[in-house]
Design a protein around this ligand. Sequence first.
Ligand code: 5GP
Length: 190
Amino acid sequence: MKKNKAKLIIFTGPSGVGKGTILADFFTKVDNNIIYSISNTTRKPRDGEINGMHYFFVSKEEFEKMIKEDCFLEYACYSDNYYGTNKKFVEEKIKEGKSVLLEIELQGALQVMEKCPDAVTIFITPPNFVELEKRLRGRDSEDEKTILKRLEAAKVELTNASKFHYTIVNDKVDKAVEELIGIYNKETSL
Ligand code: 5GP
């Protein structure tokens, strides 16, 4: 069996940039030494989203109880909902020698960078802001108020891209996936 280094990989970028599409393809193309961390959220599931696969969907009360019980490696309130990474899951997988990928927004990413300075950090940007807005509106999954909140958050997120080790511009999905595979292989090879 090929040996590799277990790394915590932070994958961040504004809503609508195409993180989900890139990751769906990435995970079909890489070995099983990297695991996707399924977050907890208080957001309602979108059509087609499955509890325990896309997220663990929980109530605000459940989430706040988990905060008190110190269950999160990081958590953030984003666009009126909580999102958080399960600490125990991440620690167990890393101990087993697996890399773990966190697909999280900026506030959470900054928390993990503080706590885990060895984490590999990757920021996904759109080719430009107009394209980001087009993609966010095109997926037709949010109401206008939510879209505007996400675009506001995107402006802040984009100004923080330079804090990350790697930046990938998602102008073509195939190219972005290839870049991500390259980073993963480089960072985890012994
Ligand atoms: P969405 O509602 O579109 O699924 O996710 C909104 C944002 O929350 C995205 O930028 C996504 O990467 C981020 N996110 C998902 N899970 C987590 C998490 O566990 N922690 C943090 N901080 N952000 C998350």
